[in-house]
Design a protein around this ligand. Sequence first.
Ligand code: HEM
Length: 290
Amino acid sequence: MKVPWNDYGGKLSPLKLTVFIALFLPASWTAIAFVTGNLGPRPLNEAIHQQGLWTIRLILIALAITPLKAILLWQRLILVRRMVGVAAFAYIMLHFTLYCADQGFNPLTVASEIVKRIYLTIGFTALVGLTALAATSTDAMVRRMGRKWQTLHRLIYLICLLGLIHYSMQSKLEQWEPVIADGIFVWLMGYRLLAAKFAVRGRLPLVWVAALGVAATVLTALGEAVYFVIAFAGRVTFTGALALNFSLRTGVRPAVIVFAFSLIVLAAGLLRARLAPPPQGRSRGPARYA
Ligand code: HEM
């Protein structure tokens, strides 16, 4: 029988089993907190928020698998990509179902809210996209669609972008975590652009990974500074906002987190390359960057 924790050869994969169990944890945590009355004064709203957060996190994790597989020379990581993607779909359906519950399962209210509120229209478009990807994620569909499958599944970049816009719009003034997610998205997309041009045997040289980390950090800092100038018109200057990245006066800024993320990935890549140097050679070729 085909079970999610077996590899292609039908043998139990500890990696797949661990990830499979881990993917249930956030929703289980919310369910337990809900039942035991530990979700605060507006439990349904809090549950909607938590499932939304996990949807965007899982999409980003799914997008991180291809770069990490190459940087860490860990081919088997690809075994869990589909599982993480399908889990993102499960979480978005949960997010949406809880939202419908909050609206008393009244289809007219749900539909009119989605049409009226732009952040819901954007979220719903992303949900439709994720549904299309989940529906075509079986082995049979991959075989049947051939090259069209890859083209369709590149929609995940757009879906992630829409999810991030929805996230930022509903977060109003509190943009700390959305900006971190944006910075990591920039890194993930930057990796794909660079890998398509400069990968050697499907692996982006680590010097490019280092440059990418710096670029993603700078863009995150600039993006946040522009946001501060617009949102706090007259009270924050552009250079003042940038300077916050070098002090702890307003906590650790998103750009610092993005920098730490980039640094950890680079350090892991360097360590991995030291332990098992990749095969040498100049055969340049486009990386598999789906
Ligand atoms: C891929 C699609 C989507 C993603 C990635 C997503 C993600 C998120 C995230 C990250 C949050 C914020 C959580 C927080 O700040 O704690 C959120 C909030 C929310 N989302 Fe979504 N969402 C999506 C689609 C939808 C859809 C289709 C609906 C309903 C039609 C929806 C309704 C809401 C609502 C009502 C909130 C809370 C807003 C508030 O309390 O002001 N989302 N979503």
